[in-house]
Design a protein around this ligand. Structure first.
Ligand SMILES: C[S@@+](CC[C@H](N)C(=O)[O-])C[C@H]1O[C@@H](n2cnc3c(N)ncnc32)[C@H](O)[C@@H]1O
Length: 256
């Protein structure tokens, strides 16, 4: 069973307060600093690790054509049914470390820590290489990530949050374990779902392996695949460089 298989049905509940509209506008602003392609009506954006399509749908409002690709069939099923009304958006199951069937793509995004799910060097190498294969020369790649120096400065701790639904109550606990030599955090999610009427309880557990990244390694993977780094910033900032306080960073890369 893939990561997100059980989590998918609760994903939009867990992130119901996340400002996808504002964050998509931020990414659009950063991209528009470096490309004219956004103004073309046939601009094509590929959103890798699209999940339930939350960024995809907002990006689609201002871009000619968008396609969301995700490893999890459960997430893609939700994305496809939720966004049926979007005539310029499609969704497909695919692994971003292998996916390279599109051509002449203007922009590739991978948002909300998607790249950190690629924990092995080989997976990161393939992701960059396949992204480069699909992009037009001058095309842009944008992704956010857990920034290593900040993760190690302010290490992740366990968190618990409860979500109230009409018939059920869902309590999510995240328990992180750090692996120093792998630059990796295993986040063990435990979901306790309680039926309010019958008081029956279901317990779901999923492990999400996340790799935090350092600038020189992003530079290495990027250069190897033929990208140059145009921007590296703290997430949601337009001019704040990465620092020990930047838990989440974003980079914009251009295919040379
Ligand atoms: C935290 S979610 C983000 C989803 C979406 N971008 C959002 O912001 O709501 C991470 C997503 O990355 C997807 N993912 C992880 N590894 C992947 C891979 N190798 N190829 C495609 N999708 C992947 C997961 O299935 C999951 O949907």
């Amino acid at each position: 069973m893939s990561t997100f298989a059980s989590y998918a049905q609760y994903y939009d509940l867990f992130y119901q307060d996340k400002d996808y509209a504002g964050e998509s506008a931020y990414v659009h602003t950063l991209l528009s600093k470096h490309t004219q392609a956004l103004d073309n009506k046939d601009c094509f954006l590929l959103d890798l690790g699209c999940g339930t399509g939350n960024y995809t749908q907002h990006l689609a409002k201002n871009i000619g054509r968008v396609k969301g690709v995700d490893l999890s069939p459960e997430m893609v099923e939700i994305a496809s049914s939720r966004h049926q009304g979007l005539s310029n958006a499609t969704f497909e199951v695919g692994d971003m470390t292998q996916y390279n069937k599109e051509k002449d793509v203007d922009i590739i995004t991978a948002l909300f820590h998607v790249v950190c799910y690629q924990t092995q060097n080989a997976a990161l190498t393939s992701f960059f290489e396949n992204a480069a294969k699909m992009l037009k020369p001058g095309g842009l790649l944008a992704f956010d990530f857990w920034y290593g120096p900040a993760v190690l400065t302010d290490r992740p701790g366990s968190r618990t949050k409860t979500f109230d639904l009409e018939n059920r109550c869902v309590t999510r606990t995240a328990e992180p374990t750090l692996y120093a030599n792998e630059n990796k955090v295993n986040v063990c999610y435990e979901l306790l779902v309680e039926d309010k009427t019958s008081a029956e309880r279901e317990r779901i557990e999923e492990n999400h392996q996340m790799r935090y990244l350092f600038y020189p390694e992003i530079e290495l993977f990027a250069k190897h695949a033929g990208f140059e780094i145009l921007e590296s910033l703290e997430w949601m900032k337009l001019d704040l460089p990465l620092s020990f306080d930047s838990w989440n960073g974003i980079v914009i890369l251009r295919k040379q």
